[in-house]
Design a protein around this ligand. Structure first.
Ligand code: PHE
Length: 339
């Protein structure tokens, strides 16, 4: 019996198993139901009592050896699987998708930077506002039809609370708490109750500017806007101011830039006028200064306001405003190189 066990041990030692299948054969041969070990355990009862201890130990050693060999073989296989990998480690890795700034952010940052060079600070304020900051202090009399120029989202329970329709409200807050002179721009999100189309959205972004000091004139406004237009669209851009109306400025104007697509000759983008409308502006109405406790005899100022989406549309020639809100990567990816 002892000799027999030694023989089995030697055979087990010699056994060569490399593949998964061979290792399984080895396991069945020794540890299987009809394998060598169960055979030995079966015959154990016939072992004379005085040899039982020695034989028992030997059988256990054999069992341990076989189990360990199986473990080692299996570990070897996974080791092999790791090294025998068909992956080519010299290949470049999978591409990592790089993000890009949203075109609205790119254009907003550019507007901020242009006015920054002229010494304008940035001011921000709440998107949920009250009537005073959005309308009343900006010279919109109660029930005045000018309030309908901007379709407003009101809060049902309290019509005094509304979503700001322009960031002029931020400038009112600046006039309230800052000392003169004031030279600031307010970028931010605004809301108007408009049907969504290629040219309008109920949420969009504005940058509005305010400059109040002694002797600020319309000529200063014009030069500031010309500088802005040329920095934004290129140095050959021409500007044109058309008389307009806003309750908070007097006189008021709308500014056009010469169409960059046709060079002013006329095309379907500028509707054959050679001009594209870009912003509203004017001299701050003395009423607005007085509402905000600024002496309109001593101080004058100008204000302007533009839609960031509109500027981006003109700059990138995107004809549908909705694209800015859809987050379609095929659209957004085109702006990777733009900053
Ligand atoms: N607040 C105006 C708007 O949202 C734009 C504007 C600002 C016009 C300042 C004139 C002066 O339409």
């Amino acid at each position: 019996m002892l000799q027999n066990i030694d023989k089995i041990l030697e055979e087990a030692r010699q056994f060569k198993a490399e593949t998964k299948k061979e290792i399984e054969q080895f396991r069945i041969l020794y540890l299987g139901k009809k394998g060598a070990l169960s055979e030995l355990f079966k015959n154990f009862k016939d072992v004379p009592a005085d040899q039982k201890k020695e034989v028992g130990q030997k059988i256990n050693q054999l069992k341990q050896f076989v189990s360990e060999k199986i473990d080692a073989l299996q570990a070897g296989i996974s080791e092999e699987a790791r090294t025998d990998d068909s992956r080519d480690l010299t290949l470049p890795g999978p591409p990592v998708q790089a993000g890009a700034r949203h075109p609205i952010s790119i254009v907003r940052n550019e507007i901020i930077s242009i006015f920054g060079r002229l010494g304008y600070t940035i001011s921000e304020g709440p998107e949920i506002e009250d009537d005073w900051h959005v309308f009343s202090s900006l010279n919109f009399p109660p029930e005045h039809p000018a309030r309908d120029m901007q379709d407003t989202f009101f809060i049902e329970k309290d019509p005094d609370i509304l979503l700001r329709t322009h960031t002029s409200s931020v400038q009112v807050r600046v006039m309230e708490k800052e000392s003169l002179p004031i030279r600031t721009i307010s970028p931010g999100r605004v809301f108007r109750n408009e049907a969504i189309s290629a040219r309008a959205h109920c949420i969009f972004h504005q940058v509005e500017g305010l400059y109040i000091d002694k002797n600020v004139s319309f000529a200063d406004l014009k030069q500031t806007l010309l500088y802005f237009a040329r920095e934004m669209f290129g140095k050959h851009v021409e500007i044109r101011l058309r008389p307009s109306y806003f309750p908070f400025t007097e006189p008021s104007a709308e500014m056009d830039i010469s169409c960059q697509i046709c060079g002013g000759k006329g095309c379907n983008v500028c509707k054959y006028t050679g001009w594209l409308e870009i912003l509203g502006c004017g001299m701050v109405d003395p009423n607005v200064l007085e509402f905000n406790k600024i002496d309109s005899k001593k101080y004058t100022g100008f204000a302007f306001g533009m839609g960031v989406e509109r500027v981006a549309m003109l700059k990138y020639q995107v004809k549908d405003l909705r694209l800015y809100f859809e987050n379609d990567l095929r659209f957004l990816e085109q702006f990777k190189a733009a900053y």
